[in-house]
Design a protein around this ligand. Structure first.
Ligand SMILES: [Zn+2]
Length: 151
């Protein structure tokens, strides 16, 4: 598949990468319905701060689950999900207290500017809808991915 990759300041390319795969039993693979460019992508693009190497871009996203790991319990194949840029398990003391952004297993999402993405810690990171939304609602759901994750 092709994905958006940042090679350095001012150097963003749409290039072929490996398809995502389940690595951990808590992973899910989703087919992206919508993603975005975040303001935080623009800092390294403009050369502000340290650039720490090749980066698969995209951390605000919505889509449909196409595969789940053996330990994923809260989302299922075919379900539309909204994801957070902050990956969390939703089980540690910080998550249980409502601070998923301080999860003991916290990672940050990348790679969502592509047709498919691997979502680690899927149970804590993805919020599933009980129906497939009309595509006209995708921009609103994308905003949810951004602001609720930040909140
Ligand atoms: Zn946690």
């Amino acid at each position: 598949m092709f994905a958006t990759m940042m090679h350095g300041a001012g150097d963003v390319r749409y290039e072929e990468v490996a398809d995502p795969k389940i690595i951990a039993p808590t992973d899910a693979i989703i087919q992206l319905a919508v993603t975005s460019i975040c303001r935080s992508d623009l800092w390294p693009y403009r050369g502000y701060g340290d650039f720490d190497g090749l980066k698969a871009m995209g951390h605000e996203y919505c889509g449909v689950v196409v595969e789940i790991g053996s330990e994923v319990k809260t989302v299922k194949k075919g379900q539309f999900v909204v994801g957070s840029f902050c990956l969390s398990d939703n089980t540690c003391p910080h998550c249980q207290y409502g601070f998923q952004s301080s999860c003991q297993q916290r990672e940050f999402m990348t790679s969502a500017q592509a047709p498919y993405a691997r979502i680690p810690l899927a149970d804590g990171t993805l919020v599933g809808l009980d129906h497939l939304p009309d595509p006209s609602l995708y921009p609103d759901l994308q905003a949810v991915s951004n602001v609720l994750g930040t909140g």
